[in-house]
Design a protein around this ligand. Structure first.
Ligand code: NDP
Length: 258
């Protein structure tokens, strides 16, 4: 069975691989043998550090700057991957942002930037990588959605983010259906609260919310760490998941159970 999780010879793009969940996923996929393109938007030094960590474990990796919400950048990111490694087998759509705030004074600019990165970015990356996967008649796409695409978080309000993640889940199901004939599987993970820079301000400034809502809301009574998502993403990316497509795998310590 271990062989079916083996990613040796595969090429993976991880968007937003410079830190947080993306970094953990890039390292985890590399540990299973994949060559990795570590995408970042602005933090070049951190993306290069991840490349260094992969090289230190004997893997192959490349850092590529690209804004996933730009059509030209998404196309270039896939082209640079193919130029460097010859193909793209795995796409992990991880890049994402959150613009918190109640809808009544939410700006159109914040709404649009949320959708541009979280939803347009996934569409653009899937279309660009999908073109190569369709030609090679093989591919696996794993998108980092969110429990926020399934439930409404409380007490903090970030409906725009939730809408973008619900959209990503349906995009996953739609693409799984459209691309099954090309031997491309499309799945998502829907994490609960995870300790990263995205959540660090709340962790620091509102420990009572973390304790009473984020942790206590989960049946495991805690938040998660980025590394706790790696197993699921490696599984979904690999041949071990050959009969799994269109799945939204919730990984939230049981937060959405009740
Ligand atoms: P971080 O804020 O720690 O990291 C975000 C990553 O996305 C960085 O690598 C950043 O690059 C990259 N990024 C942001 N915008 C763009 C863009 N336009 N183009 C390319 N890359 C971009 O976030 P997390 O690790 O916490 O989150 C990763 C994903 O997981 C997101 O999709 C998020 O919505 C999702 N998620 C997170 C949860 C959590 O509790 N943390 C829970 C559920 C889902 P750079 O370093 O260059 O800025």
């Amino acid at each position: 069975m271990t062989k079916r999780f083996d990613l040796a010879g595969r090429v993976a793009i991880v968007t937003g691989g410079s830190r947080g969940i993306g970094r953990a996923l890039a390292l985890g996929l590399a540990e299973h043998g994949a060559a990795i393109v570590v995408n970042y938007q602005v933090t070049a030094s951190r993306a290069h550090a991840v490349v260094g960590e992969i090289a230190a474990m004997g893997g192959r990796a490349l850092a590529v700057q690209a804004d996933v919400s730009s059509e030209a950048d998404a196309t270039r990111l896939v082209e640079e991957t193919v130029a460097a490694f010859g193909k793209v087998d795995i796409l992990v759509n991880n890049a994402g942002i959150i613009r918190p705030g109640p809808i009544d004074d939410f700006t159109l600019a914040d709404w649009r930037s949320t959708m541009a990165v979280n939803l347009d970015g996934v569409f653009l990356m899937c279309r660009a990588a999908g073109a190569h996967m369709i030609r090679q008649r093989r591919g696996s796409i794993v998108t980092v959605g969110s429990m926020s695409g399934l439930i409404v978080n409380w007490p903090f309000r970030h409906t725009a983010y939730n809408v973008s993640k619900a959209g990503v889940h349906m995009l996953t199901k739609g693409l799984a259906t459209e691309w099954a004939e090309h031997n491309i599987r499309v799945n998502a993970v829907a994490p609960g609260y995870i300790r990263t820079e995205l959540t660090e301000e709340v962790l620091r400034e509102h420990p009572e919310v973390v304790r009473d809502h984020w942790a206590r809301g989960a049946v495991q009574n805690r938040i998660g760490e980025p590394e706790e998502l790696v197993g699921a993403v490696v599984y979904l990316a690999s041949d071990a998941a050959s009969f799994t497509t269109g799945e939204i795998m919730t990984i939230d310590g049981g937060l959405t159970l009740r």
